[in-house]
Design a protein around this ligand. Structure first.
Ligand SMILES: [Zn+2]
Length: 326
């Protein structure tokens, strides 16, 4: 790798900064929240995650429009209009620093397309910075970018927590409906099935959970943030998401990377009073930070309101199924 730092190194942090500059302005004139650019980017990232966009060539396909509409119906408060898709597709090219480019068609004669038909006439496809497209192939880097987009939605003001909770609940409701559909072996409802597997839905869960714990690790209280957007804690699922698809807030815990890793592997669990129990099998050397074992018997950090505390059923499930007592 080159050590030439005269050019900005385009890594995930660089693109998180780019994305965090997309303002979600909320004015009555604009018909409420201007969410069209973030929703378009979320849709494109999700299409990449699901393998529907394999090359760095974002066409104005029916599938792309369909995914955008699904997110629009969940996240925006106004009914979908053609221009909600056409305008951000066109205007993202003006974002600085640049990361979204357009390949115009031979028929383009200037102006900005307001409808999907004119957009299709004027533009062949959009493409991203090669570095960004390559970053989006990786699940964890993709997750960081999605989380950044979701964070730009909210200014972390008091009162916004209700909004994030509502959005998280909408995704959860769809997941539960889909579960019923699956049990009935009736998957004609493709859009709902799609959203259940979406790479986006847990971003709202993670955002809500870490916000409720004030961006601290519930185990060790560590808080490290960078420019208000990036932080060291994860919104962890207590019962694993891959098994239960449960993104209700009381299945969540805010944990730093180390303690998230240890929790998922059953190296500690919680008792019914939220006190930490450390596994007898834990082996550690921690010359410079407090060893995990010293947290044994301590109560974890909890949200301000008991209605957001982890659900006992979830912490019992983790204790009975994942915790390594010996
Ligand atoms: Zn921690």
């Amino acid at each position: 790798m080159s050590n030439n730092l005269s050019e900005t190194y385009r890594n995930t942090a660089y693109y998180c900064d780019c994305i965090s500059q997309i303002k979600v302005y909320k004015s009555k004139k604009q018909g409420g929240e201007a969410l069209n650019q973030p929703i378009l980017l979320l849709s494109v990232i999700d299409l990449i995650a699901q393998g529907a966009i394999e090359e760095n060539c974002i066409t104005i396909s029916d599938e792309a429009i369909d995914v955008f509409k699904k997110y629009w119906s969940l996240l925006a408060r106004t009914p979908f209009k053609n221009s909600d898709f056409a305008l951000p597709f066109f205007h993202l090219k003006n974002r600085k620093p640049k990361f979204w480019y357009l390949q115009f068609s031979d028929r383009y004669e200037g102006g900005r397309p307001q409808t999907i038909n004119t957009l299709r006439n004027d533009v062949d496809y959009a493409y991203l910075d090669e570095e960004l497209f390559s970053i989006l192939q990786d699940r964890y880097q993709r997750q960081e970018l999605i989380d950044t987009l979701v964070t730009t939605w909210f200014s972390s003001k008091e009162g916004e927590i209700d909004d994030i909770l509502r959005l998280n609940q909408s995704f959860q409701d769809i997941a539960e409906e889909t579960e019923e559909l699956e049990n009935d072996k009736n998957l004609d409802e493709e859009p709902k099935f799609y959203l259940r597997k979406s790479a986006i839905r847990n971003a709202f869960f993670r955002k809500t959970v870490v916000h409720l714990y004030e961006y601290r690790c519930a185990f060790c209280r560590l808080k490290v943030t960078h420019s208000l957007i990036q932080h060291i804690v994860d919104g962890a699922h207590i019962k694993p998401f891959a098994k239960f698809y449960d993104s209700k807030i009381d299945n969540g815990l805010s944990l730093c990377k180390n303690h998230h890793w240890a929790f998922d592997r059953g190296l500690f669990c919680l008792d019914d009073d939220y006190k930490i129990i450390i596994s007898a099998s834990l082996q550690e050397e921690s010359p410079h930070a407090t060893p995990m074992r010293e947290f044994h018997g301590q109560t974890i950090l909890l949200p301000n309101s008991s209605k957001y505390f982890p659900r006992l059923e979830a912490i019992r499930w983790h204790r009975d199924n994942l915790f390594r007592a010996e």
